[in-house]
Design a binder for this molecule. Structure first.
Ligand SMILES: [Zn+2]
Length: 322
């Protein structure tokens, strides 16, 4: 019986894409990067040959435990492919940060003070020179081999999900968008607004009439070098009754800053959203940082969404407050 329970818990654990660290690593204290003073336009090569983007930092994730923002980029690549340090810097960590061979991290502190965490590096492939640099607190040059992509055992949307999960943290340990640090990629597909609707007590209201306190939701999807890995938009704004645009959120940084779990159930509509190996529905509460008019009458919103590459989409929605 005990064995069965152990086997079951291993099974559940192995299905979790990004298990939390047990504690905050001490090397976090070395970060000092600030987005405000980051050299504009200085981007770095990607660490692997990019097949597609599996998830962005904004992606909703729920594998049965606490939901969270994905907080980094899943860069899909072939298993066994070489991983090169995008930015050079001090090797500050090599660690099995969660249970199982899938969860090895190599972390590098770049010269601007940002931490680059490369997750899902195959342990056996991490070169002796990288171990030596970590041991000695030494730096490596950009383009240095740091290991290979681990063989991911899980299939999602018809393909094995081999990937490097890349987090970038600033001096306040906040997760910032790796897109801002990496060379532009050939993303030519704009986000799509699938639908917009009314929310009451956190649930969808059918039709276009509402009263009392309420909110609006929008299901907005994007694709980056893939035809099935739906991801949310990078930037989202609403214009209510022709008023100046209000930003719902800009994913240059997570809403929770250093906490990937904070705000996720406010930004996404918990009763409608999903994000795991079999379901991706980015359904966003447009009232995340502000409310909608409660005065009786007809109201209109123009929802605007952009991907990181700057491609945008807009859609209007009209409703009646009774
Ligand atoms: Zn990931």
């Amino acid at each position: 019986m005990i064995l069965l329970v152990l086997l079951f818990s291993f099974q559940v654990r192995a299905d979790v894409a990004h298990p939390s660290r047990l504690s905050t690593p001490s090397y976090y204290a070395e970060a000092f990067g600030e987005l405000g003073t980051k050299a504009v336009g200085s981007t770095h090569p990607w660490p692997v040959g990019v097949l597609s983007i599996g998830h962005t930092n904004a992606s909703y994730q729920n594998y049965g435990g606490q939901p969270y923002f994905h907080h980094g980029l899943d860069i899909r690549a072939n298993a066994g492919e070489n991983v090169y340090a995008s930015a050079g810097g001090k090797v500050v960590n090599i660690e099995n940060y969660a249970f199982g061979e899938l969860y090895w991290e190599v972390a590098i502190l770049d010269d601007e003070g940002f931490l680059w965490q490369y997750h899902h590096v195959d342990r056996k492939s991490i070169p002796a020179e990288i171990h030596a640099a970590f041991k000695n607190g030494a730096s490596i040059a950009a383009g240095t081999l740091i290991g290979q992509v681990v063989n991911w055992p899980i299939t999602t949307y018809g393909e094995r999900y081999h990937h490097i999960h890349l987090n970038i943290l600033d001096g306040q340990r906040r997760y910032v968008s790796p897109f801002m640090f990496l060379d532009p990629i050939a993303d030519t597909v704009a986000p799509v607004i699938q639908r917009i609707g009314l929310l009451k007590n956190g649930r969808e209201v059918r039709g276009n009439k509402v009263s009392g306190s309420y909110s609006l939701f929008a299901e907005i999807t994007d694709l980056i070098l893939h035809d099935k890995f739906l991801v949310p938009p990078h930037l989202l704004q609403v214009e209510i009754d022709g008023a100046p645009a209000r930003t719902v959120w800009n994913f240059e940084m997570l809403p929770g800053g250093a906490d990937e779990e904070a705000q996720v159930d406010k930004f996404y509509v918990s009763s409608m959203v999903c994000g795991n190996y079999t379901c991706r529905k980015p359904i966003i509460d447009l009232g995340f940082l502000g409310s909608f008019p409660t005065g009786p009458g007809t109201h209109t919103v123009r929802v605007r969404a952009w991907d990181f590459a700057g491609q945008g989409v807009a859609q209007d929605f009209q409703w009646l407050v009774e």
